[in-house]
Design a protein around this ligand. Sequence first.
Ligand code: ATP
Ligand code: MG
Length: 276
Amino acid sequence: MAMSAVVTTHPPRSSVDTPSSDGEALARIRDLRVRYAQDAPVVLDGVDLDLFAGETVALLGSSGSGKSTLMKAITGFAPIESGTVLASGFDVAHLKRGELRRLRSHVGQVFQQFNLIGRLSALTNVLTGALYGAGPVNMLGTFRSADRRRALELLDRVGIAHKAGEEARSLSGGQQQRVAIARALMQNPRVILADEPVASLDPRMSRTVLELLQSIAREEGIPVLVSLHVLPLALAHSDRIVGLRHGEIVVSGRTAELDAEKLGCVYDIEEEEDED
Ligand SMILES: Nc1ncnc2c1ncn2[C@@H]1O[C@H](COP(=O)(O)OP(=O)(O)OP(=O)(O)O)[C@@H](O)[C@H]1O
Ligand SMILES: [Mg+2]
């Protein structure tokens, strides 16, 4: 059994966490501070986060709270001012030559807008996941048959093998997002980062995609960090929840021990009312 849950609430503190499963963290973030320029505001401040095999961690926070930046810090796209980010064994703040590419090949990413190549088939889009870290290759038609078999298996895994030959742009949003998840899996990722993967999907498809991500985390043992704007979706489809507010973690705990009231501190109610 895992240790008992720690639920931290405001004032801000860390999410050096109660893992949902035992074992070593596949991503470990300590006291992370990010700002995009020397005279710009601090975007993440003192952030601690561990991601363990098999678990889905929902990342909540208002627009601008730093969710995407936290994901970018894991893939080396955000300027780390201080602190430590270890991802799949790489020290992201001090990458050596050639390591950035390898790091990114270890991290599967899923985005709100799917980011598929519209004129290519679903299958070829999935196959592009095999190109990460492969070095320069001929993109046109030189995928190994083993890769093609694996890509088809993955399309089957996400429930759309029957769409393999169709152009990505002809698929529905939910189908495209499942292709994108299969593409991420094609990388054999150590970690999956999903930045608002259901923000463009209807409620039913949102649930389907989040269930899929959580089952992948469990069955493949890959941690999934997923940012969400809809609190009930986070409560229904994660093992842990981390809430960011103005770049700091204000709540962190096991989902089973959280509810809308405990997560209220994530959102700046007054600001949101002002916007209306
Ligand atoms: N490339 C960048 N250069 C400068 N500032 C940036 C950059 N990217 C993000 N920021 C700033 O960092 C802060 C956090 O942005 P971020 O995109 O991480 O928020 P978010 O929580 O993902 O928001 P949203 O819910 O709207 O996607 C914002 O103030 C934003 O303006
Ligand atoms: Mg964002």
